[in-house]
Design a protein around this ligand. Structure first.
Ligand code: AN7
Length: 351
């Protein structure tokens, strides 16, 4: 049977109003890629899978929640959607709004959004507004304006975003036949960890698929859930998760606690070295934030805080490496330039 997108596949399991009118780009159905070399590199003896969410239509996991939120907004008669974003939500909202024939407005922190995300939002036709402030400032502003004007908020405060993102958990259980022992993922505004936990719990109650322990990973310079208080000036190379006041922070902490997992922080160096390792060992290039879940897993194993032996572990890699080419290019040795003849080519390859 042809694949028609997430609302067709899982719609009956999602709590969406009857007025919902499906808007889909055939999102979801992303691969669960075995990562044997990376698992060996971390010490081995466990099964590791990468769920590559960068293969969604706009290059990130945000499309799962956006198909649900924009479908609800369209069915309700909304004309405009708005979000604050570190970039991926903006691109996704813009794409789904265009497909639905709606206007989109996206607020981004000035100078802190990766090139591929900003370009996407513009290409899809959003009105892009840069805020001279943080993501957290932008989120406060979109909440205020959508309270006052008939504009639909599509940040993960919107409950339909969470409904759509539960499908990631459903897919993992469908592909593996059960929940994994551990789920590792990056945490920014904390919508995704909230959605995965809700999805695993729902599937377990319906199909006895079991529950994973959840390892949520923040960047050390933007780790409010690890520190236990908001961070006024969050900083990290992983700009997607440069968030100091997560909207669903309480639920993220609940997911960690209920699942007997935890939320930890890793350094920017750990994030970047995992990004590189994943690309070089497995051929999977993700944006920096997306490597945080795996960086957290490696950190815990190396610190002896984690007995991985015999476990089945799934890491959610949330966005594609193409979203943020600059992070690679800035440290790159410029490729050699060679005269257009065989001898010159042999010289650089064989010396
Ligand atoms: C690649 O786009 O918040 O914890 O505005 O882009 O659900 O926020 C992005 C977040 C992880 C964190 N990985 O997810 C936005 C935004 C990537 C991301 C996260 C984001 P949440």
């Amino acid at each position: 049977m042809a694949y028609h997108g997430l609302l067709d596949k899982y719609g009956t399991l999602l709590d969406l109003p009857a007025h919902t009118r499906p808007v889909s780009l055939l999102e979801g159905n992303t691969p669960l890629i075995p990562a044997e070399a990376l698992s060996r590199q971390m010490g081995g003896g466990f099964e590791l899978f990468v769920k590559f969410e960068g293969l969604n239509p706009t290059g990130s996991f945000k499309d799962r929640g956006m198909t649900a939120a924009v479908s609800e907004a369209l069915g309700r008669g909304a004309k405009t959607v708005i979000c604050a974003s570190t970039g991926n939500t903006a691109a996704s909202a813009a794409a789904y709004a265009s497909r639905a024939g709606l206007k989109s407005i996206v607020l981004i922190p000035q100078g802190k959004v990766a090139a591929g995300k900003l370009a996407g939002a513009i290409a899809y036709g959003a009105q892009v507004i840069q805020i001279d402030g943080s993501f957290d400032d932008a989120l406060t502003m979109v909440v205020q304006i959508s309270d006052k004007h008939p504009i639909c908020l599509v940040n993960s405060i919107n409950p339909y975003r969470i409904e759509g993102q539960k499908t990631g958990a459903f897919e993992i259980c469908d592909m593996l036949g059960a929940a994994p022992d551990w789920l590792c993922l990056p945490v920014g505004n904390a919508g995704n960890i909230t959605a995965y936990w809700a999805g695993f719990k729902q599937y377990d109650s319906l199909k006895a698929t079991g529950l994973p322990q959840v390892l949520g990973v923040q960047a050390a310079g933007s780790a409010p859930l690890v520190l236990g208080h908001p961070v006024e000036n969050p900083e990290t190379v992983a700009t997607a998760i440069r968030i100091g006041k997560p909207a669903r922070g309480e639920q993220a902490l609940e997911a960690a606690e209920e699942s007997k997992g935890r939320i930890i922080a890793v350094s920017d160096d750990e994030i970047l070295s995992m990004q590189k390792m994943l690309a070089r060992l497995e051929g999977i290039w993700v944006e920096p934030a997306s490597a945080a879940g795996l960086a957290g897993l490696a950190h815990e194993i190396a610190a002896g805080n984690f007995s991985a032996g015999g476990k089945r572990i799934v890491a959610i890699c949330t966005g594609h490496g193409l979203k943020d080419p600059d992070i690679i290019i800035k440290d790159m040795a410029k490729p050699q330039i060679v005269s257009p003849n065989l001898a010159a080519l042999e010289e650089v390859i064989f010396g």
